[in-house]
Write a protein of this length. Structure first.
Length: 325
């Protein structure tokens, strides 16, 4: 009886061991061993969504695992950011973000996360905005706009895609550096703001490139300059900085992971991200949305850049509260 009991016990131990082997093997599998999710805090069809989907498709091929895009729009992208911040820090949930997640969110919204809840992984793109004006105003340059604004402070109104978002912050920075005052008119999106300029309902806007180009092509709107310090290869307009020294405010997109993600996973994601940014089809896909690929030199280098941009965004966000309508 003892021999039979011992034999049965041994068989049970062996069965338990064999049953547990798949889980152990999966746990020991190299990263990534299952599909990844890329969270985007904006709806499908926008500029962020285009960048995210081009990147996700290329990353999936590079890592040999599906990368599922999950759009979680709302509250200035903070709903998506909150979801990503609370995800397990295992490298399987990533977030497509910009400077807002590194600072300005906390000044504009009641959020349950802070910048340190994210680890910057890799920068993907940079895309300047375009300062546009209704053609009926007769403005030909940035200097024309400044001269007219100084004659009648507050008479010129500026449309944006919402209080505190990048298109509003661009106007705030312009007013600060150029010493002028505009009346701010927020809309629910960049396309609506740009269309209001074309219709003559508003005067100017610091619009994202896709929204700007759509109305410039109608002939009802003129482009006065780009918001980047240097000229853009994709947009044939002079930098605002040529007239307003120190002006430099471009939107950028990068990949973030929840705090606590293992360094080895971050290194894998960084290397894979930089690899896909060299691909011709990825560059073309980004350029279609007037975004230039701008890979970072290292995980740490992107972290330094993202936090510096976050501090700038936080400053502008606080200033924007004084001009919010």
């Amino acid at each position: 009886m003892q021999t039979i009991s011992a034999t049965c016990g041994a068989l049970l131990v062996l069965a338990a061991t064999l049953f547990a082997m798949p889980d152990a093997a999966q746990a020991a599998a190299p990263y990534p061993a299952k599909p990844l999710t890329l969270v985007i805090g904006f709806p499908p069809g926008g500029g962020a969504d285009q960048v995210g989907r081009v990147y996700a498709n290329a990353l999936a091929k590079r890592l040999k695992q599906p990368v599922v895009v999950e759009n979680r729009p709302g509250a200035g992208s903070t709903i998506g950011a909150s979801h990503a911040a609370r995800a397990e820090a295992d490298g399987y949930t990533l977030y497509l973000g910009n400077s807002s997640v590194m600072g300005s969110d906390s000044a504009l919204y009641k959020v349950d996360y802070k910048p340190d809840d994210f680890v910057p992984v890799a920068q993907l793109t940079t895309g300047p905005m375009v300062l546009i004006a209704n053609a009926g105003l007769g403005l030909k340059s940035v200097q024309d706009l400044i001269d007219r604004a100084k004659k009648k402070p507050g008479a010129i109104n500026v449309a944006s895609s919402g209080n505190g978002v990048i298109t509003h912050l661009a106007a705030v920075e312009f007013m600060t550096l150029a010493g002028v005052k505009f009346m701010h008119i927020p809309f629910k999106g960049g396309a609506a703001a740009a269309q209001s300029v074309a219709a003559g309902d508003t005067d100017i806007s610091f619009a994202t490139a896709p929204s700007a180009k759509a109305v410039i092509d109608t002939g009802k709107v003129v482009a006065l300059g780009v918001t980047s310090r240097e000229s853009s290869r994709l947009l044939p307009y002079p930098p605002i900085a040529q007239t307003v020294p120190g002006y430099d405010l471009s939107n950028w997109w990068g990949v973030f992971a929840p705090r606590g993600t293992p360094q080895a996973v971050l290194d894998t994601l960084f290397a894979a991200s930089n690899d896909v940014l060299t691909l011709a089809d990825v560059k073309q896909g980004m350029a279609a949305g007037y975004e230039e690929v701008t890979p970072s030199a290292s995980v740490d280098a992107f972290g330094v850049f993202a936090r510096k941009e976050g501090s700038k965004g936080l400053r502008l966000a606080k200033e924007s509260l004084e001009t919010a309508n």
